[in-house]
Structures are given as C-alpha cells and as structure tokens.
Design a protein around this ligand. Structure first.
Ligand code: ADP
Length: 354
C-alpha cells in the first residue's frame, strides 16, 4: 500500500512516497520557492498538483501531513475532517508561520486527491502527556486561560520515533525505560521520555526555549528582551528577528549557524566559535542532569538530527564527562530520525482503523 507524506513550509513543500509493507521510500522530493517570482509554482495548490503528476497517484491510499502545532486539542494523529481543519486553523494563532502552509497543503490535497483519506500528525502531540507542573509557566494563570500560554514542545514526531527505535535497540519495552532524546539539528530540543511518555521537553510556548541552536539562543532571562527593546529601540518584529535568526551559535560565534563551520573555526583557534560550542554542549549536559533527576534514573540518551547523527565526538565527550554522575548503566546512542516514516505509519494505522 502506498502512503504519501507531505510537509509544507511557507515557501516549500516536501513529499515522500512510502510502500508501507516494505517500509521503503519509493520517491521523495521538494518543491521550493513557492510563491516567488519565476519559480514556476505560484502557491501550494500548484505544488501539490506538481507532486500528484509526478507520482503513481491512483495507487496512493492515504496522505499524512506534518502539522507543526496541534494546540492542546491533539494528543495524537487524527483523520482530517472539517472540525479538525477548524482546530488547526485555531492553532494557527500559536504558530502563525507554520500552520497556515500546512492548511494550504491539506486543502490542496483535498482538491487533487479528493477520495484519499488524509491524516494530520502534529509536532506538538507527543508532548501533550506532560504534567501541568512541567508545562505551566510562572506567570499569572489567567494568561494560560486566556491565550493558552504554556509549554507545548516541538520535534515531537522525531522524539517519538527515536524513543521507539531506542527501545528496539535496547531490546526492552518503552514502558520499562527512562530515555532522554536529543534532536540536534538547526533547531535543537531534548525530551524526557518516562515509560514511553514525554514528561518534559526543552522547547516551550515557541521553539525559542531551551538548548542553544543554530540561530536561536534558547534559555534566556525574559528581562533581557524588554531591556534590549528599550536600549536599542527595537520593535517586536526586530527583537523577534534577533531572537530567532541572529542568536545561538551564529550570534555568539559571529561565524555561522552551521555546526560544521563552528568546528572548522574552532580548530583554527577561533575563541568565540569555541565558546559557542562549549555553551552548546553545556546546555545539553545541564538538561541531561535535570531530566535524569526528574525521571529518577536513566537508561539511555539518544542523539539524532544533523548534529546528533553526524558528530560522534559529541556523544563520546558527553558520555565520558557524565560517567561519574550517571554511572555505567546509561547508554549513549545515535539513531537517525525518520519523521516521514513515522507519519506514514500513523497514516496507515488510522486508515486501517477507520
Ligand atoms: P534541520 O533542523 O533543518 O532539519 P539538520 O537536522 O539537517 O537540520 O541539521 C543541521 C545541522 O547539522 C547543521 O548545524 C549542520 O552543521 C549539522 N551537521 C551536518 N553534518 C554534520 C557533521 N558531519 N558534523 C557536525 N555537524 C553536522
């Protein structure tokens, strides 16, 4: 059975076609520069039509969409019906850059694959199992009620995928494991997975919180934001730009947001590149300690994402430096993430169930 996975961003649309029985990826690609001049693709409708025309569309039995934000409503993947579309629309307020393109992709698929069931798989869903003491912020409670300001967490599909794979590798069911998953790509986040359930995660109301990332600074005293806005006379757009695009590895090193460049500069003796790298590692170490404490033990730390998968030195360094605290029991694993495959599996499972 063929399942199509769609991941729409504001100016791109990634797709991957799976044969679900063999778990094989049969085709994948990306339509880029959607909506830009001379790109040949005006909008997401055209992008989906282009994808349909490339693939053996009549054999596709289900479409799974990656949706960034499911708010508090979606705790797992769902079949997309009218009410689901409305809920995704509502959650757009929380992810104004990410949910609208997903919605456009879903609507386009409804037009070009009218008879095929569609499923939404949310980046936030896996983290919905967090207890209130992990997701409520220390601000007046009415803001949670009024605006739903709370920790949501992101990269959920990746954390769920690698936690499952870790359980297979360790030959132990998830319900008997205490795992920390670290998704380290351009965006970086860590999750404490206790007996298969996420109980805390480093990203928060938005993906800005937690670890040091390529261009996001992660944890920050919020007073810095108002201080900077006042001193530098910054608008909300400008401060957002600084926090999302100019901070992190890039902001500290002044070199690059890309870990490979940081490593090269570090080797050449660049002190700020070294500082950025040390901060990157320090935060990861700090959260391993914190999550070890809240889970009351640790069986494995799993690294994934571009940095997590390709920088084995990181895993070795952390396992060596933390040995004294964690003992010999905790394993440090690298597991390549495959969010698309998990979306395809969820899609298949829901189609079968319905
Ligand atoms: P995204 O979050 O956009 O999906 P990726 O998961 O591809 O990004 O991760 C991108 C990051 O992975 C970049 O910082 C890049 O430098 C880093 N990376 C890729 N290959 C290596 C490598 N061999 N060594 C260290 N870092 C790497």
């Amino acid at each position: 059975m063929l399942i199509l996975v769609i991941n729409c961003g504001s100016s791109s649309c990634k797709y991957q076609l799976f044969d679900i029985k063999s778990k094989k990826s049969l085709a994948k690609g990306i339509i880029e520069r959607i909506g830009q001049r001379n790109s040949g693709c005006k909008n997401h409708y055209q992008a989906i039509k282009l994808i349909r025309d490339k693939l053996p569309s009549s054999e596709i039995k289900g479409i799974g969409h990656r949706v960034v934000h499911g708010g508090e409503e979606f705790k797992e993947a769902v079949v997309i019906k009218k009410n689901v579309l409305r809920s995704i629309e509502r959650a757009s307020e929380l992810a104004p850059l990410h949910n609208p393109p997903s919605l456009a992709g879903i609507k386009a698929c409804k037009r070009y694959f009218p008879k095929i069931p569609q499923i939404a798989v949310f980046d936030t869903a896996f983290h919905q199992s967090m207890p209130a003491h992990a997701y409520i912020y220390g601000i007046p409670f009415r803001f949670y009620r009024k605006y739903k300001i709370r920790r949501y967490g992101f990269h959920g599909t990746s954390h769920r995928f690698v936690a499952n794979e870790a359980s297979r590798k360790l030959k132990k069911p998830l319900r008997r494991l205490k795992i920390i998953t670290a998704h380290l790509g351009n965006g970086c986040s860590m999750t404490a997975v206790l007996r298969g359930k996420a109980i805390d995660t480093t990203m928060g109301f938005t993906p800005l919180e937690g670890l040091l990332m390529g261009t996001r600074g992660g944890d920050l005293d919020p007073a810095i934001v108002t201080f900077l806005m006042e001193k530098e006379r910054l608008s909300t757009t400008e401060i957002n730009e600084i926090l999302n695009k100019k901070s992190g590895l890039l902001g500290i090193s002044g070199v690059s947001n890309d870990m490979r460049d940081i490593l090269v500069k570090m080797k050449k003796g660049n002190a700020r590149a070294r500082l950025a790298f040390r901060i990157f590692i320090y935060r990861i170490k700090k959260y391993i300690g914190a999550y070890h404490a809240i889970m009351g033990g640790l069986d494995a730390v799993v690294f994934t994402g571009g940095i997590g998968e390709n920088l084995p030195g990181l895993r070795q360094m952390l396992s060596r430096e933390l040995r004294g605290v964690l003992g010999n029991k905790a394993k440090f694993l690298t597991i390549p993430t495959n969010e698309e495959l998990l979306i395809a599996r969820d899609t298949y499972r829901l189609i079968k169930a319905n």
